[in-house]
Design a protein around this ligand. Structure first.
Ligand code: XIL
Length: 356
């Protein structure tokens, strides 16, 4: 504001010198009005919602959405006001979309996709292949039968949503928490190539969707699990396995805290030639401590050109899968928490590295 006024007055000075004093005063007032208007326009364009502010920086800001909450007016009010990306929290998982083998059920997920499309939001699909939340019939399969069921599942679901998904979490949580190897699961026991088969299958079904590998405890660059995922992505890129992005769930709490090297992790994944997305962010805690960590996460993402967006895992604390940890940006009444303000301020601050 001061700068604008100073610059405005300066540009006037030559003309002003030849005018009577009253005219100079009224012109100065006019400049002040123009400057004030510019200042207002500038702060408005800096963004007053998470989605708008992220968009100013070439990113999205998303949330997990539960279909059964789309009739909650407070919930939908915040969703429509603040977010421009949604991830169905459970509705696209295997147990939800294929409850009986070969019988697909898309009603709840379709509701979320329709809501997103009607309100100008994009959709992250979550998740095509995962050891958890499998339907009972799949849990009971193994070997070739399970592999074929996985391929068919990916093909059917990705085809149903073809053209409507910004990015798919193709494979979720396939690595062990320690030891640097794969997690044991029925899918892993079908053969180590199950992950790349999943990615190739998803690419064939929906070539326009970005294909992501998504996991938790992959935030700290020094952790074995982070290194293991990094090495897989590097190998996929080297061998031409179609992968476009890595999702860091980033569920932070005292047992799995926000690491000071988080930005390094984002940078190192991005340097492999993939986008990086923060896909399920929640940070347990409260007040200024929680707010500071949220701000740090946002600043880290903005500092990495290929960190293309952030999704929080729910809207109000009471919507969270970890509600007792009050890990989200809105309280149970839908009021903005200090963490919300920290995120918005970080998004609106300068110094971003925009996506290519
Ligand atoms: C969670 C949902 O939030 C819960 O409603 C559900 O009961 C269990 O799954 N990692 C993931 C998400 O990839 O799908 C999980 O979501 C949270 C951990």
């Amino acid at each position: 504001m001061d700068k604008l006024l100073a610059r405005g007055s300066g540009s006037l000075s030559a003309a002003a010198r030849s005018r009577p004093r009253t005219a100079v005063v009224s012109m100065m007032a006019g400049v002040a009005v123009i400057a004030a208007t510019v200042a207002v326009a500038t702060s408005a364009s800096a963004g007053t919602t998470l989605g708008a502010s992220a968009a100013e920086k070439g990113r999205y800001f998303g949330t997990a959405v539960a279909a059964n909450k789309l009739s909650d007016a407070t919930y939908v009010g915040i969703l429509n006001r603040e977010f421009n990306m949604v991830t169905p929290e459970n509705e696209m998982k295997w147990d939800a979309t294929e409850p009986s083998q070969g019988q697909f059920s898309y009603t709840s997920a379709d509701r979320i996709v329709s809501h997103a499309q009607a309100n100008g939001m994009r959709v992250r699909g979550h998740a095509l292949a995962w050891h958890s939340q499998q339907p009972g019939w799949a849990q009971n399969l193994s070997g070739t039968a399970l592999r074929q069921a996985m391929v068919n599942h990916i093909t059917q679901v990705a085809t149903h949503y073809k053209g409507k998904i910004y990015a798919w979490d193709v494979v979720n949580e396939a690595f062990a928490d320690s030891g640097g190897g794969r997690r044991d699961s029925n899918l892993q026991r079908t053969g180590n190539d199950w992950i790349e088969v999943a990615f190739r299958t998803a690419r064939a079904a929906d070539p326009a969707a970005k294909l992501c590998y998504n996991d938790y405890n992959t935030d700290n660059w020094t952790w074995e699990k982070t290194q293991a995922v990094y090495n897989m992505v590097k190998d996929f890129k080297a061998r031409g396995v179609p992968i476009d992005c890595v999702g860091l769930q980033s569920h932070f709490n005292s047992g799995s805290p926000y690491p000071s090297n988080y930005r390094t992790t984002l940078q190192n994944f991005a340097a492999l030639g993939v986008d990086v997305q923060i896909t399920e962010l929640d940070i347990e805690g409260s007040g200024s401590t929680q707010a500071t960590t949220y701000g740090n996460v946002v600043r880290d993402c903005l500092a990495v050109s290929r960190c293309t967006g952030i999704t929080v895992w729910g809207i109000r604390d009471t919507d969270s899968w970890r509600a007792s940890g009050t890990p989200l940006l809105f309280d149970g009444n839908g009021n903005k928490k200090p963490a919300y303000t920290a995120v918005l301020d970080a998004l609106n601050a300068g110094g971003t590295t925009p996506p290519p």
